[in-house]
Design a protein around this ligand. Sequence first.
Ligand code: AMP
Ligand code: MG
Length: 390
Amino acid sequence: MIHPDAALALIEALEPAVATETAPLPEALGRVLARSLESPVDQPPFDKSAMDGFAHGLPPGASGEFRVVATIAAGGLHSRPLGDGECARIMTGAPLPPGAVSVQRVEWTEESGPGLVRFAKPEKVDNVIRRGENVRSGDVIMAPRRLRAQDLGILAAAGYAELPVARRPVVGVISTGDELRSAGEALAPGAIYDSNGPQLVAMALAAGARASFHGRHPDSESALERAAANALEECDLLVLSGGVSMGDYDYVPAVLARLGVERIFHGVLMKPGKPTWFGRKGARFVLGMPGNPVSTFVNFEFFGKPLLARLQGVRYEPPVLTLRLAGDLSRKNADRVEWFPARREGSGVRVLPYSGSSMLQALENADCMVRLEIDEKFREAGSEIDARLL
Ligand code: AMP
Ligand code: MG
């Protein structure tokens, strides 16, 4: 049995080869940028006005009357230098004309005659954004990361039309268990619907992978071996749910061994998720998860996401907030790290009613999970606890 943090460290230490490809920028949301990118241009590319107002040749704080000699729109240009006592009406984002050093905002001016404007209130700042003030040409503007909307904005501002990205890992999901039925099928006595299949496919998609379901299979060694062998042909990561525990029909570890998948760990001091199995066959990885649906959820959150990030050349950094615990959190048995579904409440966090890893419904209202450490039976209301946001 391995501590979950040590198991995670084994995943974080992996250095799988990452294939890269080019994606049109608008399609790169959620993809992982494959290398650092620089800005090929100064931003802004010219001195520009931060205000609608009047550009003039004096430092901020000027007063008096000025002659309006031009109007400059954003995207416009005025090339004749401003003379003494002259100003140019200028719009936000328009380039400063030669000879201008600051801008008087329009709100603090008055028309004082035909073609004349009086500065009514002194400016304290120049209201100019200088060329390269935000970004200089050649600056690194983005390191490898999973791209968010704002990242695409930053890269678009530098003029990128397409981006080098990591190939999306291919994830295959297999559900095991004689008791499983698919939606639309009648539930015979003793049967339940397969929730892990759809949930794990969705989790892999949400984590940026290409994911597909490779079926649910009965607890039969031969059926499992065939299904896993086929899935392994095409997947970077195969995720199996069920059949990794100590039950009479838990064939997954034996089947994986027979398929030549080398075990990296089997058994984690974590609740839920104790029988979790992780291994690799060359460049392909396999996560075998215990079948209870909260187990597969926690497993994918704690091991799957970091693994998919490594397969794309980056590290997963889970969003974590340290919050005050609303209500005592206690348990009888403290031989494992244990995760509890929880919900943020004001500036604190409340652990939700939860009867164990078969109670998937507890996740409906959960927006985070908290954990107790090994040997920790009790965490007092009001103490701080790390909430891992979902
Ligand atoms: P196992 O890990 O195969 O021993 O399964 C543990 C528990 O999870 C059993 O109650 C199973 O019925 C349940 N379970 C296994 N696979 C699934 C699944 N795909 N969807 C929902 N529950 C499952
Ligand atoms: Mg089973």
